[in-house]
Structure formats: C-alpha cells, structure tokens
Design a protein around this ligand. Structure first.
Ligand code: MG
Length: 284
C-alpha cells in the first residue's frame, strides 16, 4: 500500500515569515492560504514568548501547534491529535511539552550567584513595562507580551566583560545555559529548536502511523541552525542584515534569493514543486 506523505513546515518568525523591518507577512499570505487549504501545517517556532506567538498566530489565522522561547516548550491545541501526547501536561487550552524548568527555577538560581555582585545586573522581572519598552524599542503592549517569559530569565548586564564571564561560568556550573543576545543575557536550560522540531514531528507520526512525515525547517539566522540541520529539508531565508547561517549538512538545502516573506514564498514554492515531482515518480 502506498503511504501518504505528510509535509510539516516549521518556520521561524522574524526575518523569515515576517519582514525583518516591517514585521509584515503579506508577501507570504497567498502561500499560507494554499498550504492551509491543502492540509500542510505551518508551525511557528521562535525565540518569542507564548503571549507574543499567540498574538501573531491570531493575525496569521493559524490553528496549529507552536514552539516558544527557542524550543523551550511546544504548545499543542487540546484535541489537535487523537490522543494527548505522552509527557505533556494540560495548561489552559493546550497540551504542553516543556524541555526545561520554569522561569521561577532560573530566577532562583540567579539569586544564588555569588561570584558577581547583584547590582552588576538587572533581571527582566525587576523592570517595569516602561523600562522594557525603552530598552527594546517595543511599544507598551508588545513589551508586556515580550516580558511574559515562562522558561527563562533575560538579564540586562551592567558590569564589565570579565564579570560577565564569571557570572556565566557560575551559572553554567549550576546547570544553566546562558545565551548572549544583542542586549540581553538569556538564562535558561538546554533546549533548542531542533529538539522541539524532532519531538513534535514524532507526535504527528504517532497520530498517523501510516504516513511518511517530511519536515521542512525555515529560518534566517544562527538560532535556527539546530532545526535547519535536523529537518528533512532546510530553507534558509536570505537577510539584508546578515550572512546566511552556515550548515554542516550538504543536501536538501534551499537558500532564498529574496528576503523575508517573499523569499519564504519563493522557497516553499520550489520545495513543493520538487516534492510533487518526487511523489509522482514514486507512483511511477
Ligand atoms: Mg529570525
């Protein structure tokens, strides 16, 4: 019997599905409509918070699972699969699979740092929405959504570089994973977009054991590398702001010519075309 292939698209948001500067997804809307119509789920996977992704998902009219805070947790609408996936808990309207401890755990770990004085840094939870807005350039509502981290704590660094290194080393020794972003340090656990993609793809397979799952990962930068490496197909979206991330894999890589959502559409079109040619030839 011929198995059906089920395509899953995992996509980064900023600089990939959303324009790097305007955050618009207009150039991908026709393709998003087509994918929804043909039953190909588009799964947002981002460094953003649950609050930010819920907001975006609404504007995209997207009802599929989504992955927050760089792979820290997967949110699946309850009832999306026939059975609740093993290892998930019910949180509101979602089955949630988390890969790291809750934010509270990391906040408490930070209070145990002894090598660096606590006035050398400010945690996100100590900041007002107004201060976050000033630091990030987001408006008040956006800042509120960005501040609702569930699985890690961002930190504004005020000390020097040596002190920062001590701080990071001490937290690493306590089992934390500290990422240096543009303006912030992010304190959380070991998780990445690749692990989250692999786990969620397995749940689709469990739900539909006769199908052949084919995953497509779409991203534009370094924090997308883990998922771009593990997906069946990697689509890198070119950026006007930086070089494309370097991958170790050598096959099934597409790099868009256009930027942002226009490149997204272009790349997905190409992959779908390739995919249908392969499917046709398999059927002989
Ligand atoms: Mg991006």
């Amino acid at each position: 019997m011929q198995a059906d292939t089920e395509l899953l698209i995992f996509t980064d948001m900023d600089g990939s599905l959303l324009c790097h500067e305007t955050y618009s997804h207009t150039a991908a809307d026709d393709m998003l409509f087509l994918l929804e119509k043909t039953g190909v789920p588009v799964i947002p996977i981002s460094s953003k918070t649950k609050a930010e992704l819920l907001y975006l998902r609404d504007s995209l009219n997207n009802k599929h699972p989504f992955i927050i805070e760089n792979g820290a947790a997967v949110f699946i609408p309850i009832g999306y699969f026939d059975e609740q996936p093993f290892g998930t808990e019910v949180v509101g309207e979602f089955w949630v699979k988390k890969f790291v401890h809750n934010r509270h755990y990391w906040q408490s770990l930070i209070t145990h740092v002894s090598s660096v004085d606590s006035h050398k840094f400010t945690t996100f939870s100590e900041l007002t929405v107004g201060q976050i807005s000033e630091l990030t350039g987001l408006d008040q509502e956006e800042s509120k959504r960005a501040s609702r981290r569930l699985y890690g704590e961002p930190i504004v660094w005020k000390g020097d570089d040596d002190e920062m290194i001590h701080f990071i080393e001490e937290l690493n020794d306590m089992g934390a994973n500290v990422l240096r972003g543009g303006r912030f340090l992010h304190v959380s656990g070991e998780s990445d977009k690749g692990l989250a993609l692999t786990w969620l793809a397995e749940q689709y397979k469990e739900d539909n054991p006769n199908s052949l799952i084919k995953t497509i990962a779409i991203g534009d930068s370094q924090n997308d590398v883990a998922m771009l490496e593990v997906a069946d197909v990697a689509l890198i979206i070119s950026s006007p702001a930086h070089q494309p991330p370097k991958l170790e894999r050598r096959t099934n890589i597409y790099i868009s010519e256009k930027f942002g959502p226009a490149g997204w559409t272009q790349g997905v079109e190409e992959i779908l075309e390739q995919h249908s040619t392969q499917t046709e030839s398999l059927k002989g």
